[in-house]
Design a protein around this ligand. Structure first.
Ligand code: 5RP
Length: 252
């Protein structure tokens, strides 16, 4: 008896739709394949990097990785790594990091990034700027044509002193791009979000492209009161993108 269209569709397995978190985990596990025993590792921050740190802890516990030294990029990652028994140190003791693995908020086709929506951009930039290889792990939703052009936040860490003054100078720098500068807050009382370094974050939103990223970076960093911004220009050496159709590895 020929099967009816409905019965044949019932017999084929349903398509597997992965959640965003499952994609993040796939990218993270792929990146950890690059880790070798004896490495000094930059440990990133955020929900994607958390999977990588978990995996490194697991491989250490199983004895499949040995003599790893981790350099965490936030207090939160520090706590996670301690709970997993990953030996930790810092850039003072290890100024050269073999490999860092971290997530990102946006990745452009040249592998420039926006980072810091989790608030850890300063330590991330210090650790990832000191590494020989920097692997970025993302799900495909993070891929953009232009960084800063998604309409989402481009974070800038600033000192709390006269933050309104610094925020207004940041806004003025990008007037032509329709910039809005907002202090990052949390909780019902809208208290300022304070970074691990005791600073504030101003999130910049642009209506139009900010153009040359290097020029934008230089202009931001010239403002007294600014500590660091979330554009990671020319820093990633590899980006691992997990999507519904599989993993893509993009190398610089
Ligand atoms: C934290 C970061 C994170 O890497 C970035 O926000 C991505 O986070 P997630 O992996 O949770 O999407 O830069 O400062």
């Amino acid at each position: 008896v020929p099967s009816s269209p409905s019965s044949s569709s019932l017999s084929s397995p349903p398509p597997v739709i992965l959640t965003q978190d499952e994609l993040k985990k796939i990218a993270a596990y792929k990146a950890v394949e690059y880790v070798e025993s004896g490495m000094v590792l930059g440990l990133g921050t955020g929900s994607t990097a958390k999977h990588a740190v978990d995996r490194i802890g697991e491989l250490l516990r199983q004895g499949k990785l040995k003599n790893i030294v981790g350099i965490p990029t936030s207090k939160k990652t520090h706590e996670q790594a301690v709970s997993l028994g990953i030996p930790l140190s810092d850039l003072d003791s290890y100024p050269v990091v073999d490999l860092a693995i971290d997530g990102a908020d946006e990745v452009d086709p040249c592998l420039n990034l926006v980072k810091g929506r989790g608030g850890s951009l300063l330590r991330e930039k210090m650790v990832e700027g000191a590494c020989k290889k920097f692997i970025v792990i993302v799900d495909e939703s993070k891929m953009v044509e232009y960084v800063g052009g998604s309409g989402l936040a481009m974070p800038v860490e600033i000192i709390p002193f006269c933050w309104k003054f610094t925020a207004s100078r940041l806004k003025k720098l990008f007037e032509d791009s329709g910039c809005v500068a907002k202090l990052r807050t949390f909780g019902e009382k809208d208290e300022p979000f304070v970074t691990d370094n005791g600073n504030y974050i101003v999130d910049l939103y642009f209506k139009k492209s900010i153009g040359d990223l290097k020029a934008a970076s230089d202009a931001i960093l010239q403002l007294a009161g600014v500590v660091e911004h979330g554009m990671f220009i020319d820093m990633a050496t590899t980006v691992i993108v997990a999507g519904e159709l599989g993993i893509t590895v993009k190398n610089k």
